[in-house]
Design a protein around this ligand. Sequence first.
Ligand code: MG
Length: 390
Amino acid sequence: MRLKQVLERTVPISRYADPSIPSGDLDTSLVAVVTDRVVEGRPVVGYGFASIGRFGQGGLIRDRFAPRLLAAPDCLIDPDRGAPDPFRAWHAMMQGEKPGGHGERSVAVGALDMAIWDACAKTAELPLYRYIQRHLDCEAEIKPVPVYAGGGYYFPENDRERLRDEMQMFVADGFTHAKIKIGGEPIDDDARRIETALEVLGDGARLAVDAIYAYTRDDALAAAREIERFGLWWFEDICDPLDFETVAAVAGRYRGAIAAGEAQFSMADARNLIRYAGLRPDRDILLFDITHCYGLPEYLGILRMAESLGWARKSFFPHGGHLFTLHAVAALGLGGAEINPHNFQPFGGLTDEARVVAGHTSPPEMPGIGFEGRQALADMCHDLRKQAGL
Ligand code: MG
């Protein structure tokens, strides 16, 4: 199997189900890797995308990483086994890169890596989670995956009412656990937001809160004191992602779980967080985003590193909220997966046919990641192919 083309397009993406609500002009990069392998009369094409909640990486993809892949068109195949090997393609992309300077290049590599895994799994005619298990010789038991609904962003008008509606939609969709945002208002007001969500979810242990890095050290400690009484599932993204001292200060006083790692974009960053932020393996949660961290090859290194330092796989709830993450969680036996059923469309969420039952779901069984099972996303992928005359 040879790589023939890499396609890329920047597309807008919104935090809100209603795209008319301003969402900070977020966008992402949709990518496709086109191979010369033909299945049922059509070329195998793998799809991926970059960031959920940040920005596209078109420049880095076009100027640096796609040309490296195309300069090594045989990089998808292990010559010894004659079988597709996503790790070889990853090493081709990383050729000549120096340690450090992870910045946004890790997201560009992660987007292409997602598309490469999709293409390889399609070639093997396996759903991605089964392909990952077979490729890694991995033995995690496949069961329905615990999932939770990500959302709960501030609405510019009628915030509490609309938050309650959103939580009711999550429960109607089959979710038992959800995550909402705090940190955008004084903590007393955010406590009312939490109470609103709990009126629907019922139990603090079913609700996580995400401060999106809003707090200074003093504000973080004050917020931790205020929310401790709710007995929440976890307290996420408390302060600047590199302010390990503040995370450690909260971890030293707050009895509930802390979740961190969503904005650590490499193995080196993840190791520093685990070493120096005072996180507690018996209760805290690691959110490293597979795509933001250079893709699955780097993420597997992070998993091994964390396990060697006493962390269990059940502590990993990778950020993302989409199908690629769901497959990885199922294949690797991680703690659970975020799902964005209404936000970050059409990338967030499950296939159109999928159902969540009592807070659990399974990855799709179609070959690859299953973007083709989300009509709105399949249409976007089709447009990208059409742009290249395919
Ligand atoms: Mg977060």
